[in-house]
Design a protein around this ligand. Structure first.
Ligand code: HEM
Ligand code: HEM
Ligand code: SF4
Ligand code: SF4
Length: 395
């Protein structure tokens, strides 16, 4: 390894073993970029002192954009001048994360020129994340990416870069074209993406089926998850083939159906579809014999988030089934209502999930002009979100 400025005995431990090591990679980067060297030095000190030396925040950006670049500075500029500024740039990823090798080379070449050369693919945000550059380099970095057809993603109190599973491109379970929707929403809401005007961040994640490979239910304020309305399609001949091959259909499938709505007599699979909650378990285990129904669309959930003000929260269903075909007018109409209500009434740095609980889900549903549903109880044996006083008053 080339001579590095900082000695890193603690980090060196993480190079041992047969597996990939981020320390090895950082050292490779450090041979070319002093910034990566400084990062190693500071990280070693953090490991020793068991605390971070990064200052959070600070507003940096490029002309015309309010978001997309995240300011980071070291608190130890005198000791590690290489990382005095170490800003992160988010590049809006293509829907489903498909790149040609040419595109990847182009992204990396530009970053080698203007930044630390280090990347994070892909964060929970979805973006192609470029880690570490100075304030002076930002305009040139952006100009070059933008000339090559790339755009910045979201950050701050705006609509974050929408992301989706690569559904129809690779996965037989996809109930709608997630990538088409992701691309459409990204283009439709360019203003909301680049100019922060919301109470806080708003993430949209799109999964083609309830397997939810992008974990949209936990990681996004608006989760759009593929589903079906009619009956699960059953191919009894394939069922028989599974049974013949020795699959434990009773134990592995029927017995594990969370709603106990399946039965198997050794010959035919029966499903009481009215009870099925679309958990995907049976379809995952017996993909040749079972598949989603034919009337397909998506379930819409609102309010998922990581702990910030309140604890972590999963999204709640607000629309059990919505058709999901271009031009996606229904979902756009709902997004607009969500933004109007939360934008007008949300507190500063209050996620829509926290807002929803503060005002009450019943009021929230009313404000977005959807009828509450008896299934929207938080847990069994708690008050439903439905109050009957007003109905009585009306009578
Ligand atoms: C104890 C220290 C830290 C903790 C616990 C922490 C935690 C996190 C978590 C949970 C995320 C979300 C992960 C994701 O979305 O993939 C995140 C994202 C991020 N963190 Fe940290 N972080 C720490 C230190 C830092 C430092 C030192 C920097 C920069 C110098 C940094 C920069 C970022 C950036 C830029 C993102 C967004 C990445 C993306 O867009 O995917 N963080 N951090
Ligand atoms: C048509 C008549 C009735 C309807 C529709 C009805 C409906 C309900 C519902 C929806 C609950 C809430 C269940 C839950 O917490 O998950 C409940 C709870 C309860 N009901 Fe009724 N109820 C009826 C008649 C009665 C009668 C006649 C009694 C007593 C004589 C009664 C006693 C209770 C009690 C004690 C609970 C609380 C149970 C618990 O928290 O575990 N209900 N009822
Ligand atoms: S969420 Fe469903 S459709 Fe999307 S990749 Fe996963 S299994 Fe396939
Ligand atoms: S999808 Fe889940 S709930 Fe529905 S029948 Fe299959 S295992 Fe049961």
């Amino acid at each position: 390894m080339a001579d590095l400025k900082y000695k890193t005995p603690l980090l060196d431990e993480l190079e041992k073993g047969e597996w990939p090591s981020f320390v090895k990679e950082l050292k490779r980067a450090a041979a070319k970029k002093p910034m990566a060297d400084g990062l190693l030095g500071q990280l070693e000190k953090s490991y020793r002192d068991k605390q971070t030396y990064w200052k959070h925040g600070g507003l940096v950006g490029v002309q015309g954009y309010g978001a997309g670049i995240i300011g980071r500075y070291t608190a130890l500029a005198d000791q590690f001048p290489e990382v005095t500024a170490f800003h992160t740039v988010r590049i809006n990823q293509p829907a489903g994360w498909f790149y040609s090798s040419k595109a990847l080379r182009q992204l990396c070449d530009i970053w080698d020129k203007h930044g630390s050369g280090m990347l994070n693919l892909h964060g929970s945000t979805g973006d192609f994340v470029l880690l570490g550059t100075t304030s002076e380099e930002l305009e040139d970095t952006f100009t070059e990416y933008s000339a090559a057809g790339w755009d910045l993603g979201g950050s701050s109190s705006d609509m974050r870069t929408p992301s989706c599973c690569n559904g129809m491109a690779r996965c037989e379970f996809a109930c709608f074209d997630t990538m088409a929707l992701c691309q459409d929403l990204t283009m439709t809401y360019q203003d909301e993406l680049h100019r922060p005007a919301f109470p806080y961040k708003f993430k949209i994640k799109i999964a083609g089926c309830p397997n939810d490979c992008v974990a949209s239910i936990a990681r996004s304020d608006l989760s759009i998850m593929g589903t079906w309305k009619d009956d699960i399609q059953v191919d009894q001949a394939e069922m028989a083939a599974y049974a013949k091959a020795g699959k434990d259909i009773q134990g592995e499938v029927v017995g594990m159906c969370p709603t106990a709505c399946m039965s198997w007599d050794g010959k035919a699979m029966k499903i009481n579809n009215k009870q099925c909650n679309r958990c995907m378990h049976c379809i995952n285990v017996l993909p040749k014999a079972l598949r989603a129904g034919k009337v397909r669309g998506a379930t819409i959930l609102v309010g998922g988030k990581a702990p910030i003000l309140e604890g972590a929260q999963l999204g709640s269903v607000v629309v059990p089934f919505m058709p999901m075909k271009a031009p996606f007018s229904e979902i756009k109409e709902l997004i607009q209502k969500l933004w109007d209500v939360w934008g007008e009434n949300g507190n500063n740095r209050e996620r829509i999930g926290e807002f929803m609980l503060r005002v009450g889900v019943g009021n929230f549903m009313e404000s977005i002009e959807l009828a509450p549903d008896p299934q929207m109880v938080l847990h069994p044996r708690e008050n439903p979100y439905i109050f009957y006083e007003e109905y009585f008053e009306e009578e």
